[in-house]
Design a protein around this ligand. Sequence first.
Ligand code: SF4
Length: 406
Amino acid sequence: MNIFSHSQETETYRQNIKLLPIRRQTNTVSIGDIKIGGTEPIRIQSMLTSDTTNVDACVAEISRLDAVDCEIIRLTVPNQKSIDSLPAIRAEMAKRGIKRPLVADVHFNPRLAINVCEFVEKVRINPGNFVDRKKFEIREYTDVQYQEELERVEEKMLPLIKNLKKFGCALRVGTNHGSLSDRVMNRFGDTSEGMVESALEFLRILRKNGFEETVLSMKSSNPLVMIQAYRQLVQAMDAEDMHYPLHLGVTEAGNELDGRIKSAVGIGTLLCDGLGDTIRVSLTEPSENEIPVAQSILQSTRARIYNTDFISCPSCGRTFFDLESTTAQIKARTSHLKGVKIAIMGCVVNGPGEMADADFGYVGAGPGKISLYHGQSCVERNIPSEQAVERLIELIQEQGKWVDPA
Ligand code: SF4
């Protein structure tokens, strides 16, 4: 049995179709009350667009994210003033009954990362700029010089590791394509290999100092680079017997359709590889818009089931009813049936065969006539189309798959 899939349903699905690798075995990392990795569901997270020093704006945005079920919320911490705002943000969250864990995003300043541990459940650092200042120097590092740089990184990491342990805080080593250190750039270039090495340098230091609550990301605005970097990272970690969970994301993906497609390609491909323990869809839009996209990517890859799965044909000259309005009508009545698969097919020629995966089928049988299927079996033929949606609901109820909407 694959103990690493997080639910019987996704496990069975992956085993049945035999094409998808099983979910990669990872450690479990606690982010406050929520866990990432292992057999936990793949978590959805987002990041505030509000200024962290604006408590009211942050709490309003956190409330909107909470309402759409964002499980982990990151905010930027560019200065001490931002850290000073965190107690007020947390107090207001508590007043509103919001328990989402907070993640501090820190760049360039190890002191801020150290200070913020007390107020958040996770800290994100960028290994490209945690200690190193980007000077874009072209320089050949000897092995001795390279090692000296790593010792300097370790020295700066030690007080952070101490505070992470003291406050039970997790860490994300978040590598970004395009912000690698001069040291890594000179030796590996601006490549996915460089991204992997950048993360490994930090992982080795963390492991050497007994810190294991680490999550990793390898983001790029180019989904191909991002996919390559995550795959290489996994190979490199396997070689060093490391099993840290992965945070997946395409950074600066853009907005609207392009942003959604880029995220779906990058994140979805890796989920199909069995990789990924938490995801963030990064859109140039209000942060709450990211959550339904993330849920849809998880649902489409059957990595996590949120709602009903609809299968509907595109319609063609053979279609016996208005597919668009009928699909909308069926969705309006049944979209709360988590995990139930409903197919809506325009005709019997290809319909029943192509909806084999569905639990229930609504299929055009002739002009004004609908046939209903339960699995592969036709259970009712030639129902007048004006009664067919109601009969579909009754069939779902008879088969014990119905729940009332919340
Ligand atoms: S299922 Fe029938 S109606 Fe729908 S696209 Fe295929 S052939 Fe056309």
